[in-house]
Design a protein around this ligand. Structure first.
Ligand SMILES: CC(C)(COP(=O)(O)OP(=O)(O)OC[C@H]1O[C@@H](n2cnc3c(N)ncnc32)[C@H](O)[C@@H]1OP(=O)(O)O)[C@@H](O)C(=O)NCCC(=O)NCCS
Length: 327
């Protein structure tokens, strides 16, 4: 397989971009989410000219990045991909949302370019500071499922769309941050259950059995309220969970992020922020929003989009604590 480079679309490639679209007869796209659109080139088909599309691409700068996968040896576009920097877009259905879309032109498929293109796109995602990329594809899209798995995609679940009649496989691809730390859900690494329960218990003085019970329910899919870890190699260096009620009187404000902790040597590196954002995204794609959080901190959670909501009485506490919301 020849070397590919990802470059943002430019007017110099206008003729090739048109050719790329023409190479996709509609019946080639039967296994994609939207058979009328070529993944990775969103809105291109709705634009009258390539120039119009390039203006649209420019308008989306900072929110979405598009790339052409160009073969270095002959300058031919073999694929297109796009990366959304955040999962939440105004009109999106949370369950069906993803960070990435991609395609390889039919004449260049089955040569390894699809896997290589996604690998390069994930490098861009990592450079942009993303630690987890959600990708979805139809269960019947054999090539795309293989491309995602070849790039470390962890199967999250399969969901059925009533309206579309499609079954979609959802995957997450964890990416190391700039320090090399990995951000995982306990479902990504169920073998860590005992160690994680021990770790949380040592930080918060709550019996490990209490954590084990919540974690088992999560792993057995009795609840979607999960447990999230930051790992430096094999060491747990940060973590938090989500439970119905974090021991306070406002039972109506649920669910709650709890047990937020980063090892002292690892603080001020953005670990808790990344884990909080990961929780918000993960639960939003399961239609669980807003989230609440009880704390005595002021000024920390605001940095990650949380806002003060009200005061609440923690069980057995004399003073009231601050309740935050993320919606
Ligand atoms: C999905 C797509 C990007 C794959 O591109 P590609 O360049 O063929 O991918 P690769 O060559 O890297 O294939 C990766 C693996 O999947 C296999 N594969 C690819 N397409 C396949 C198919 N239709 N049936 C069976 N296996 C397939 C390849 O043989 C390869 O297997 P290997 O790793 O064992 O050698 C391409 O088929 C495409 O553009 N489809 C239309 C758009 C689309 O579906 N986009 C994804 C939307 S979620």
């Amino acid at each position: 397989m020849d070397e590919l480079i990802l470059i943002p679309p430019t007017v110099m490639y206008a003729d090739q971009i048109r050719e790329y679209v023409e190479e996709f007869p509609s019946d080639r796209l039967q296994v994609t989410l939207d058979p009328d659109r070529i993944p990775g080139t969103d809105e291109l088909e709705n634009c009258a000219t390539v120039g119009d599309w390039l203006r649209y691409v420019k308008d989306q700068e900072g929110k979405v990045s598009w790339y052409m996968a160009v073969r270095r040896s002959d300058g031919r576009i073999v694929g297109f991909s796009c990366l959304r920097h955040a999962l939440k877009f105004d009109d999106d259905d949370p369950e069906f949302t993803s960070h990435a879309g991609y395609s390889v032109r039919p004449s260049e498929q089955r040569k390894g370019y699809g896997s290589e293109q996604l690998r390069l796109l994930l490098e861009k995602a990592r450079e942009a500071g993303m630690v987890r990329v959600r990708v979805i594809c139809r269960d019947s899209n054999v090539g795309s499922n293989m491309v995602i798995r070849a790039n470390g995609g962890i199967f999250v679940d399969a969901i059925y769309g009533e309206e579309s009649g499609m079954t979609l496989n959802r995957y997450d691809i964890p990416l190391p941050d700039l320090y090399g730390y990995r951000y995982l859900t306990l479902r990504d690494c169920p073998e860590l259950k005992e160690r994680a329960a021990e770790w949380f218990s040592s930080k918060w003085g709550v019996p490990r059995e209490a954590y084990l019970e919540c974690m088992s329910d999560y792993l057995d899919r009795k609840t979607e309220l999960g447990w999230y870890l930051c790992m430096d190699g094999e060491k747990i260096v940060g973590g938090m969970g989500v439970i119905e009620n974090d021991f306070h009187d406002r039972k109506d404000l649920t669910p709650n992020v709890c047990a937020v902790y980063t090892e002292e040597d690892y603080r001020k590196k953005g670990i808790a922020g990344r884990l909080l954002n990961m929780i918000v995204d993960d639960l939003w794609t399961r239609d669980i929003s807003p989230l609440y959080l009880l704390t005595d901190h002021t000024g920390f959670y605001e940095r990650y989009g949380w806002r003060f909501f009200c005061m609440a009485q923690g069980d057995g506490e004399e003073e009231m604590s601050r309740m935050y919301i993320h919606d």
